[in-house]
Design a protein around this ligand. Structure first.
Ligand SMILES: Cc1cc2nc3c(=O)[nH]c(=O)nc-3n(C[C@H](O)[C@H](O)[C@H](O)COP(=O)(O)OP(=O)(O)OC[C@H]3O[C@@H](n4cnc5c(N)ncnc54)[C@H](O)[C@@H]3O)c2cc1C
Length: 473
């Protein structure tokens, strides 16, 4: 390690001053910390506008927090594999960064490490994927086993220090290109993350009913923390620690305990998918179950646009797709419903859906997104069985019982009676040849028929694979 008194804290998706292992490591031994963010044009090109706005807002917030400490965020523009080594050379300083597991990040970091002293530090997950392994030293493919192992390991706990005790480089010492403008009211950054988490935990906060309510799409039934987690505006180690502390409280009613436990489990799902991406980087583009690589998918030209625009004729699907385009976030239940609809009702390759999600989600995270898509499609790790097909009408009735959510996003259905809100075609009189209801389309496919066609396509792919390899799985 360099003996320089300066260290570069290379910020990527850990936009916070508190509970940050990479920052703590950079500041070790009283080193002066130079906080750097690199605007990488290649990265920008692959991100959704809303996600970029959230990132910029988070950078502005981090800059303000550093300003309050007499420092600033140094923003550079260019290819990080060039920018970081140059900066490291000119400052004679080692680089510290939180390790990221995407294939892009790993290749980039390898290149930086070949030209500069790069120290990768944990923090993206509670445990590094190499720490949660089977007895034989391999990755887990089943969530419940991963979770058991994960819970058996001893956690270090979130790292704590006072950011005011860190010697950050003084404002104005280094050139910075500045942070791009943010349009609209985007509420990103550590403070907003803290507020969102506090709100989740208040007396009537969603966490206490998470066990029973978490699938209700018509309520604020979840934490809404995913965009903050995506950019590390809050430490997941801290979230896990707080949830675990709540579970230690013996006075907590059993139902609340169960709710907290379920929420903690979701954070472990996140770790499972991060580990899956680390161990199976090809899963970004390939089905993890090879027998489903050979499915005869439908031509996306037929129905993909209707799905993207929220015009399939199935209200719960369309409400979610319209919310996704407008707000950049949808409930986990909605993600599963629309993903199941694309793959199992329209027989469109899950990769088209995953790409659309990444284009629109503020919390778009490759590991969680690929994990979620492959899980729903039945092609991934510990996935839903391929023959499990969500019925969009029943899902709507169950998780949006009064149609409040549907009416919010589909104005055409504002005036429809409750009993028809999830199946508006039933409101038409027998023999009607209407092509729409108040401008809202009739279903583009018949769910029952589509289900049969899809199961057939999955079965055929399996049997072709079996006869090629002699292996049914
Ligand atoms: C098809 C599909 C695509 C998805 N794409 C993404 C994505 O790009 N980014 C993303 O963060 N999540 C993704 N998810 C997971 C999940 O839908 C979101 O994390 C969740 O809806 C975020 O809302 P929340 O913060 O209120 O979650 P909460 O219910 O409050 O959960 C807390 C946190 O746990 C994690 N989490 C919860 N559920 C899951 C899950 N099923 N898988 C992995 N982590 C989970 C998230 O970090 C979340 O913020 C996807 C799920 C599916 C089915």
């Amino acid at each position: 390690m360099s003996s320089s008194g300066t260290a570069i804290w290379w910020i990527r998706r850990d936009l916070r001053l508190n509970n940050n292992r990479a920052l703590e490591a950079a500041a070790h031994d009283g080193r002066t910390v130079v906080p750097v963010f690199v605007l990488d044009p290649r990265f920008k090109a692959s991100q959704s506008d809303k996600r970029m706005q959230f990132l910029y807002s988070g950078l502005r917030s981090l800059d303000a927090d550093l300003s309050a400490l007499g420092s600033q965020l140094i923003v550079k523009s260019g290819d990080p594999t060039r920018v970081l080594p140059e900066l490291s050379r000119s400052l004679e300083a080692p680089v510290f960064a939180e390790e990221d597991f995407t294939p892009y990040a790993r290749a980039r970091d390898q290149q930086v490490a070949s030209a500069a002293e790069l120290n990768l530090v944990g923090g993206l997950t509670v445990f590094h994927p190499e720490e949660v392994l089977t007895e034989r030293g391999g990755p887990f493919k089943v969530f419940s086993r991963f979770k058991t192992k994960w819970q058996s390991l001893s956690r270090q706990g979130a790292v704590t220090y006072d950011p005011r005790s860190i010697d950050f480089v003084s404002k104005g010492t280094h050139e910075s290109v500045g942070i791009p403008e943010v349009t609209g009211n985007v509420q990103a950054g550590e403070d907003h993350a803290r507020k969102a988490f506090d709100q989740f935990l208040v007396e009537d906060g969603a966490i206490w009913k998470y066990g029973e309510d978490r699938s209700r799409v018509d309520r604020d039934s979840t934490s809404g923390l995913s965009p903050f987690i995506k950019f590390g505006m809050v430490s997941t180690e801290l979230l896990v620690e707080k949830a675990t502390k709540l579970l230690d409280d013996e006075t907590l009613p059993a139902a609340s305990q169960a709710s907290v436990r379920t929420w903690l489990s979701e954070l472990i799902w996140r770790e499972f998918f991060q580990a899956a991406l680390y161990h199976f980087p090809d899963s970004v583009n390939r089905s993890l179950r090879p027998e489903f690589e050979g499915i005869d998918w439908n031509d996306p030209a037929d129905h993909l646009t209707a799905w993207q625009q929220g015009m399939t004729g199935y209200p719960i699907v369309d409400a979610a797709m319209r919310q996704l385009s407008a707000a950049g976030w949808i409930h986990n239940r909605c993600r599963m419903i629309v993903a199941s609809f694309l793959v199992k009702d329209l027989l469109i390759d899950w990769r088209h859906g995953a790409t659309w999600f990444m284009k629109h989600l503020v919390d778009g995270d490759i590991a969680a997104n690929i994990g979620g898509w492959q899980w729903t499609a039945g092609t991934g790790l510990d996935a839903a069985p391929y023959f499990r097909v969500f019925n969009p009408v029943l899902q709507g009735k169950k998780f949006d019982p009064n149609g409040e959510y549907v009416r919010k996003w589909i104005p055409e259905l504002q005036g429809i009676a409750d009993r028809y809100v999830h199946e508006p075609w039933e409101s038409l009189s027998t023999g009607s040849n209407s092509k729409s209801i108040n401008g809202y389309p009739l279903p583009i496919v018949d769910h029952r028929e589509a289900r049969k066609t899809t199961l057939d396509a999955f079965e055929k792919a399996r049997s072709r694979h079996r006869s090629r390899t002699g292996n049914g799985n």
